[in-house]
Every structure is written in C-alpha cells, then in structure tokens.
Design a protein around this ligand. Structure first.
Ligand code: ATP
Ligand code: MG
Length: 204
C-alpha cells in the first residue's frame, strides 16, 4: 500500500504482552488504520537501571506476537539504528519509508505525561497524530498536555506490564494468557528473564 493510515506503536517489548496488542487493535478500529507497525526500541548504549533483553529477542517476540494479524507488522528501524531510541528518529525514518502515509503514534498513559519533554516534541507532532491510550494504574488526566495535541482513547483495561511478566518468569510463575502463547514458548526456549535460576517445575 502506498499511502494509508499507519499506526506506530513504539515500545521496549521486553516482552510484548496482550496490553500492547489490545491497545494497538483498539486504536486501529477506532481510527480506521490500515496497518499498525510495532517498533521495538534499540539497545541502550550502556546499562541503564536494568538489563534489557537482546534486541533480536525482543524483535522476534514482537514478530511472533503480531504474525497472525494481517494488519500488524514489525519495523527494525530503531533496532538497526542502535543506541537509545528517540521518537523523532522513529517517525523520521518511517516517513522516509512511507512518504505518503499518515502516521498515528500510539502511546500509553504513563509515557504521555513525558511527551512534552521528548526530544523535538514539536517536530514529532508535525510528523504524526498522537493518540494516548488509557492504562490501568496511570491517570490520563495527570498528563497536563496542551489542548488539541493528543487524542485520548479508552481501551479495554488490561493490567499487564512487561515488568510484571519478567518478574513472574524470574519467580517461576506462569505468564500464560498475559503474553501470546508463542511468546511464552520463546521466553522458555531462550531462557529469558530467569536471572540464572532454573525454571521452577510443578511440585518442586
Ligand atoms: P516495562 O514494564 O518494561 O516498562 P511496559 O509494559 O510498560 O514495559 P513498554 O514496552 O514500556 O511496556 O510499552 C510500550 C507502550 O505500550 C507504551 O506506550 C506503554 O504506555 C504502552 N502500554 C504498555 N502496557 C500497556 C497496557 N497494559 N495498556 C495500555 N498500554 C500499554
Ligand atoms: Mg513501560
């Protein structure tokens, strides 16, 4: 497709979970999007406050999670650029790839409150429409955004975070039904998030 209305869902996706997928699907339905592109972030230069799983693992989990939806796709722009990801770079690169597309950047209530402090936020707003989605535990009203800059959308509440998923795996608790089945299996296959502990088995 040449032009089209394209959603852009950026995230660390460490791992991708059903909260991400429901948010993308809901916005696609409400805004009549032709496609939603999931964009896993690049690998941080140095250790930040925690270790982030390798970019290729996060990329593959995102591919696995989105593969069955014909309107979902995954872009490598942030991973291939490397280093910390700035939304202005993501949008600029996607716009080069799809000059005729109308971009809709989808972001959760937690990230919304920081949006004005983003690098080149004004230029971001000129490259894409911004859509803020609700997220359990984070109040949209607290974002203090200037009027007309961001459309706010209520999505079915799924109180799931990647942090919680990682902590569950580390404790040997299940993540079935929080993340897609293929992602559960990929996490196990690659021994992600175990922090050196062998997986706990039933009865241990
Ligand atoms: P972490 O706990 O590692 O920060 P996360 O669950 O917040 O992970 P991210 O990859 O940081 O996931 O989020 C990517 C985008 O998805 C952000 O805009 C975030 O606000 C949004 N998002 C994440 N989880 C949900 C959810 N359960 N409902 C709605 N939006 C969500
Ligand atoms: Mg987050």
């Amino acid at each position: 497709m040449v032009g089209g209305r394209i959603g852009v869902m950026g995230g660390t996706f460490d791992p991708i979970h059903h909260g991400h997928l429901v948010a993308a699907s809901e916005v696609a339905g409400l805004f009549g999007l032709d496609e939603v592109v999931f964009v896993p972030t690049g690998q941080p230069w140095q250790k930040t406050d925690r270790d982030v799983a390798p970019a290729e693992d996060r990329y593959l989990m995102t591919v696995i999670a989105t593969a069955s939806n014909p309107r979902f796709s995954v872009s490598r722009v942030d991973i291939d650029r490397g280093g910390p990801t700035y939304t202005i770079d993501t949008l600029t690169d996607l716009k080069v790839q799809r000059p005729d597309a109308e971009l809709f950047f989808i972001t959760g209530a937690d990230a919304l409150s920081q949006i004005l402090s983003w690098r080149d936020s004004e230029r971001c707003f000129s490259l894409a429409h911004f859509i803020g989605v609700t997220r359990p535990g984070f109040a949209l009203a607290d974002a203090h955004l200037p009027e007309g800059v961001v459309s706010l959308v209520e999505v079915p509440a799924l109180s799931i975070s990647s942090t919680d998923c990682r902590e569950r795996v580390a404790r040997g608790m299940p993540v079935w039904y929080l993340v897609p089945d293929g992602v559960v299996q990929y996490i196990e296959k690659r021994s992600l998030y175990r922090q050196g502990h062998p997986a706990r088995r039933a009865g241990d």
